[in-house]
Design a protein around this ligand. Structure first.
Ligand SMILES: [Zn+2]
Length: 224
């Protein structure tokens, strides 16, 4: 079950609940019908954002957030979800443990993940990752970062013959380097931008790109 929050720059604020199937349908339809961006978050949430253009009026930003209930996942829970996601046939045994990749996942960890609906039953004893778990792992696979720009420097420090800028406040003779690097833990992004803002935009675009690819590949969940 997801909490669904609809909000807009025009003051719209609506909340409701959605099942995994309803949230999946909402995401796939939303991305197909609108020029929207989507971004997964490590807590298992996903945010769909788009702009509504109107005649003779300011455009409106609309956002739909689908988020699981409960607190953030612990490292133990992430590890359990990853193991279950990688196992060819993770299954629940009678005492509540989950067997995945030849090892047990503790009954308490499994119970937490079932209660919060990160895990679902599939068939008689098989366990599958529910949509919040898949979103959490996707976001965990794509943790981006940007580096702080070097800032003001003396041209001679870099072997340059420039006289620098004629600026007050102690900047006289120095040059500004605002370059920032954007990278992702997946290794697919590693690029410089002219400013940290531009680097953050590159990182965000990467996260949105991988989330959109994930949503496009979503199929309706199997009937339990
Ligand atoms: Zn990535």
């Amino acid at each position: 079950m997801f909490r669904i929050i609809r909000s807009g720059s025009d003051g719209l604020r609506e909340e409701g609940n959605a099942t995994e199937a309803e949230a999946t349908a909402m995401l796939t339809r939303g991305l197909r019908l609108r020029t929207a961006t989507v971004e997964a978050h490590r807590r298992g949430a996903i945010i769909l954002t788009w702009t509504v253009y109107r005649l003779s009026a300011m455009p409106i930003q609309r956002t739909v957030t689908a988020e699981p209930f409960g607190r953030a996942l612990t490292p133990t829970m992430y590890a359990a979800l990853r193991r279950i996601g990688q196992a060819p046939r993770p299954r629940l045994v009678d005492d509540g443990r989950i067997l995945a990749l030849g090892e047990d996942i503790a009954r308490s960890t499994g119970a937490h993940l079932f209660t919060r609906q990160f895990l679902a039953r599939s068939g008689r004893d098989e366990v599958r990752l529910a949509l919040p778990a898949r979103l959490a792992l996707l976001a965990d696979d794509h943790r981006t970062r940007t580096t702080a720009p070097h800032g003001w420097y003396w041209p001679a420090d870099r072997g340059m013959s420039s006289a620098g800028l004629n600026k007050p406040a102690g900047r006289c003779g120095r040059l500004y380097d605002g370059t920032s690097w954007a990278g992702c833990s997946c290794g697919q992004l590693g690029d410089y931008a002219d400013s940290r803002t531009a680097a953050a935009a590159k990182a965000r675009a990467h996260r949105q790109q991988v989330t959109a690819a994930f949503v496009e590949g979503l199929c309706p969940p199997p009937i339990a």
